[in-house]
Design a protein around this ligand. Structure first.
Ligand code: AP5
Length: 213
């Protein structure tokens, strides 16, 4: 299955991508994780991306489209993938369609703006593998460490209140219009990310036509 996860910052895209990836045994391709890894490793891509991410702005389309196309051309993507955080502009959606990749479903995770700030202030992320947690809603079973790889859990730099406000504004302006792009193709489905994590997952599975067991 080839799935796109759309939604505002903090909607739970990374969290649901992780659950879907385990269930469907396909990889998640998260542009946010790829860009943060590049920043940590101080690569050329990281140098370009850092300023945009820390200001809550989008990294230029040509940069992001390039890394996603390269990743999707790898053999482990042939049988399916979950795209988390891409596309984020109509130009990115068009570039993906023009590259010949056929998407099965674009899932929009809907969450009110007011919920996002609480979500992101309690978010912690593994400094090694990027797995997302929440101190209240989704704590790590390994306490201050990542339950998957033992990495240290940290707050993301772009989760401060001013940057979050910028990210929400940009979502409404640039990313939300993509829903119409996929609706026209008849592949847009919607789930609500407001509820408890388990309830959100149930809605996500149902929207994608996946059996829970
Ligand atoms: P990216 O990393 O993609 O961030 P984002 O889209 O802003 O989304 P988040 O990662 O903040 O949230 P999420 O929806 O994944 O939620 P999560 O599961 O963590 O991008 C970061 C930056 O990189 C961008 O601002 C941009 O600069 C750049 N970038 C990335 N892609 C780009 C692109 N395509 N083009 C240009 N620039 C790009 O959940 C949030 C918290 O809530 C967690 O703590 C979680 O445990 C908790 N939670 C999740 N679900 C629930 C629930 N149902 N109930 C309660 N708590 C929940």
């Amino acid at each position: 299955m080839k799935i796109i996860l759309l939604g505002p910052p903090g909607a739970g895209k990374g969290t649901q991508a992780e659950i879907l990836s385990k269930k469907l045994k396909i990889n998640t391709i998260s542009t946010g994780v790829m860009l943060r890894t590049a920043i940590r490793e101080k690569t050329e891509l990281g140098e370009i991306a850092e300023k945009y991410i820390n200001d809550g702005k989008l990294v230029p389309d040509d940069v992001v489209v390039g890394i996603v196309k390269e990743r999707l051309s790898q053999p482990d993507c042939e049988n399916g993938f979950i795209l988390d955080g891409f596309p984020r502009t109509t130009e990115q959606a068009q570039a993906l369609a023009e590259s010949g990749v056929k998407i099965d479903k674009a899932l929009s995770l809907e969450v009110a703006d007011e919920t996002i700030v609480e979500r992101l202030s309690g978010r912690r992320e593994c400094s090694e593998c990027g797995t997302p947690y929440h101190i209240k809603f989704n704590p790590s079973s390994a306490g201050e460490k990542c339950e998957k790889c033992g990495g240290e859990l940290i707050c993301r730099k772009d989760d401060n209140i001013d940057t979050v406000k910028n990210r929400i504004e940009i979502y409404h302006e640039k990313t939300e219009p993509i829903k119409a792009f996929y609706e026209k193709q008849g592949i847009l489905v919607v789930a609500h990310g407001q509820e408890k994590l388990e309830d959100t997952t149930k809605e996500v599975f149902s929207a994608l036509g996946i059996e829970e067991k």
